[in-house]
Design a protein around this ligand. Structure first.
Ligand code: BG6
Length: 297
């Protein structure tokens, strides 16, 4: 059963539903503890800035803002599959969630920390994809001095379902060549650029070429330093996979929605459940995956 439509008049003063880029609806949060922009297209968070701090997320200046395409940067939601769909190579990469119109179902401001909840459920369009199941997804973005993202998926159908998911966060870095991701030392990963060969690094992840790694059964705490003195800490819940990605020069140049020189200023460290970590839910069961970001200058 669908919840009652949300009354925009019930929004707290710190939350505004406006028309954003490309005419797409956007929820603007200007809270005492932090500000953010959340597009209903894809439930796509495009910015988060803690009060008095610098923006933590990266957004491409070349991003398209259209219903036909995922926004490039911020935090796309990959669901219910990650990457190409193995059953339908023509299906959109990373699933339909980041291309879907989500619905605003709640917003509250508690002492300057603002939580906004969006909802997506199956529709005739999703039921004709390679993942035709009945589901409900609720996504709560809590904007404050720290950022919390929580995606809860419920199986609303009569059979067990399996899905992949990722909060595909793009973090702004001063220079990728001075960036390190710590917390994954000693953890095996699948190298997507080397035929999924299994590799292990004993040192923090450093970047000197295109990097595209899937860590399965990965640790819940990582951190990103970028040579500027800032550390972004990432703590996850209900997530067993971590993806680390930077396209470097050639791949950046091949993407229409990614500036040729922008690869130096971003890194993706994604909170996920993919491949053998995919989530399986019986009828009526729910699963929550969460991400807590904090930035220390
Ligand atoms: C990452 C994948 O999560 O997303 C990469 O590991 C992929 O392989 C990247 O290139 C971007 O994907 P997309 O579909 O947004 O261009």
């Amino acid at each position: 059963m669908s919840p009652a439509p949300f009354d925009p008049a019930a929004l707290p003063a710190s939350v505004h539903l406006e028309t954003g880029r490309g005419g797409l609806p956007v929820v603007r949060v200007v809270g005492r503890q932090g500000s953010a922009e959340l597009y209903l297209h894809g439930a796509h968070l495009t910015s988060w800035t803690p009060a008095g701090g610098l923006p933590v997320l990266w957004l491409s200046a070349a991003s398209l803002f259209t219903e036909a395409k995922a926004i490039r940067g911020g935090v796309p939601i990959c669901f219910p599959w990650f990457g190409a769909n193995p059953l339908d190579p023509a299906a959109p990469a990373h699933g339909f969630a980041r291309l879907s119109a989500w619905e605003l179902v709640g917003a509250r401001d508690e002492d300057g920390t603002v939580a906004v909840t969006l909802r997506l459920a199956d529709s005739p369009a999703t039921r004709t994809t390679a993942w035709p199941h009945r589901f409900e997804a609720l996504y709560t973005v809590t904007v404050g001095a720290r950022l919390t993202l929580a995606l809860t998926v419920t199986n609303r159908g009569p059979d067990a379902v399996t899905f992949e998911e990722a909060l595909h966060s793009y973090l702004a870095v001063d220079d990728i060549r001075a960036t390190e991701v710590t917390g994954l030392e000693g953890a095996p990963y699948l190298d997507q650029l080397a035929g999924m060969s299994v590799e292990t690094d004993t040192v923090p992840v450093r970047f000197s070429a295109e990097t595209d790694r899937i860590y399965l059964d990965s640790p819940a705490a990582t951190a990103v330093t970028d040579g500027s003195g800032r550390t972004v800490s990432i703590a996850t819940g209900g997530s067993h996979s971590t993806i680390v990605w930077n396209p470097w020069i050639v791949k950046a140049g091949s993407m229409v929605d990614f500036g040729d020189d922008e690869w130096t200023g971003m890194v993706c460290v994604e909170t996920a459940n993919v491949r053998t970590d995919a989530v399986r839910l019986g009828p009526g069961q729910s699963h929550t995956m969460s991400l807590l970001l904090s930035a220390i200058a």
